[in-house]
Design a protein around this ligand. Structure first.
Ligand code: RFL
Ligand code: PHB
Length: 389
């Protein structure tokens, strides 16, 4: 078999890449380890930057997102017994975010690929990458289930635990990483959001986040110890802790409801450089991850794929590999900006066991600064809604 672009992984990165390439007349095959049902149900991100929304709309896959997504013009920072709104409409006029579940983006992309006759194969468990650094005139190839798929380029979009990054020979990648000494317990519940805005709250008990998915479904996260398990967190304990961390301003009551999804996410940051080797290009979580406090992971995957689409198109239509050669460098500036922003938001809002009273006061001082200085609030706002492409 032959295709122009072999794509490993049908997450947001792989599916969007396949679709954007299709719009430019470039063929691809997407190979996904899990079932369609599994990837469509996997609950993850919820915040789409303005540029991500625009990209999906321009690609013709934004209709349901525009109907069902929840546009937001601000977020609330809550600490010290008060809530403070970071007002995007004032600080970054014309830019906002949309709350729309990642699995809904994935469903929309899969539907669009299949409707256009796209080749997306699920439950392919034994993908292997070969000849990544091919002789001139030949290409790399993928094998799976006894078949061989020859390609011009391979896109490794298989997430943090995929096979693509480990297929790069040792000694080529530099890895930068940080593990945080806590995790997030995330839940979905059948209950109307108790707040108009997302609430990021810092308390002495730890961080909590109130997000939402629809007028009847709310999403919450709690900072928990790094080794926490869902078994240790029965529903009642979760609601008690959310109340303790969120009912910290006068007049705010948290509505509760049936919890129908629970998961623990480790908090870590990771970047592998360069994001390419030979004719293999890594995109999204396969190359880098951020702690979710800045809501950047999915948005970075979209940014990578935009750059990669342009570079592959140039290579396949003109034979010039200039853009492909510069792919990693072109992506890494945005990635490191998001790394810094995610580290900053995480540091500002979580409690660290190692913190002494001095560190705690610095944290509170910075929170006071962000919520009273327009310059500092603008820094948060412009990063949150997403830096320009
Ligand atoms: P994905 O989504 O992990 O998709 C990779 C796909 O590759 C498949 N795969 C393989 N396929 C074939 N062969 C193999 N050997 C394979 N190994 C793996 C996997 O099954 C999967 O289908 O990576 P992608 O496409 O790069 O997308 C990245 C995003 O998923 C991720 O960055 C975000 O979810 C991060 N994130 C958030 N990002 C945001 O922009 N805004 C947010 O609000 C936000 N919140 C979050 C988040 C991530 C979270 N968790 C659970 C990690 C909140 C949470 C709790
Ligand atoms: C979510 O709604 O899942 C969400 C929102 C904001 C974040 C992370 C996750 O920073």
């Amino acid at each position: 078999m032959r295709t122009q672009v072999g794509i490993v992984g049908a997450g947001p990165a792989g599916l969007l890449l396949s679709h954007l390439l299709h719009l430019r007349g470039i063929s691809s095959v997407v190979l996904e380890k899990r079932s369609r049902d599994y990837v469509e149900r996997r609950v993850r991100a919820g915040v789409l930057e303005q540029g991500t929304v625009d990209t999906l709309v321009e690609a013709g896959v934004g209709a349901r997102m525009l109907r069902e997504g929840l546009p937001h013009n601000g977020i609330e920072l809550r600490y010290g017994g008060q809530g403070h709104r970071i007002a995007f409409e004032k600080l970054v006029p014309g830019r906002s975010i949309t709350v729309y579940g990642q699995q809904e983006v994935v469903k929309d992309l899969i539907a669009a690929r299949l409707e256009a006759g796209g080749d997306v194969r699920f439950e392919i468990e034994d993908v292997a990458l070969h000849a990544l650094d091919p002789e001139p005139g030949s290409g790399p190839y993928l094998t799976f289930g006894g078949e061989r798929l020859d390609c011009d380029v391979i896109a490794g979009c298989d997430g943090f635990h995929g096979v693509s990054r480990p297929s790069i020979p040792e000694g080529i990648l530099s890895v930068f990483e940080r593990e945080y000494p806590f995790a997030w317990l995330g839940i979905l519940a059948h209950v109307a959001p108790s707040s108009e805005e997302l609430i990021y709250t810092r308390t002495e008990r730890g961080f909590a986040l109130h997000s939402m998915r629809s007028p009847t479904v709310s999403r919450f996260y709690l900072q928990v110890p790094p080794d926490a398990t869902v078994e240790e967190w029965p529903d009642e304990r979760i609601w008690d802790e959310l109340k303790a961390r969120l009912e910290t301003v006068p007049g705010f009551t948290l509505a509760t409801g049936e919890i129908f999804e629970k998961g623990v996410t480790p908090m870590r940051a990771f970047v592998a450089e360069p994001m390419q080797h030979g004719r293999l290009y890594l995109a999204g979580d396969a190359a880098h991850i951020v702690p979710p406090t800045g809501a950047k992971g999915l948005n970075l995957a979209v940014a990578d794929v935009r750059v990669l689409t342009e570079a592959i198109d140039r290579y396949l239509t003109t034979g010039s590999a200039g853009l492909l050669d510069g792919y990693s460098a072109a992506c890494l500036k945005r990635i490191w900006r998001a790394q810094h922003f995610s580290w900053w938001m995480t540091t500002l809002l979580h409690t660290f066991d190692s913190d002494d009273e001095y560190a705690r006061r610095l944290q509170l001082s910075y929170l006071d600064y962000v919520t009273t200085s327009e310059a500092a609030a603008t820094t948060l706002a412009e990063n949150y809604v997403g830096m320009p492409w």
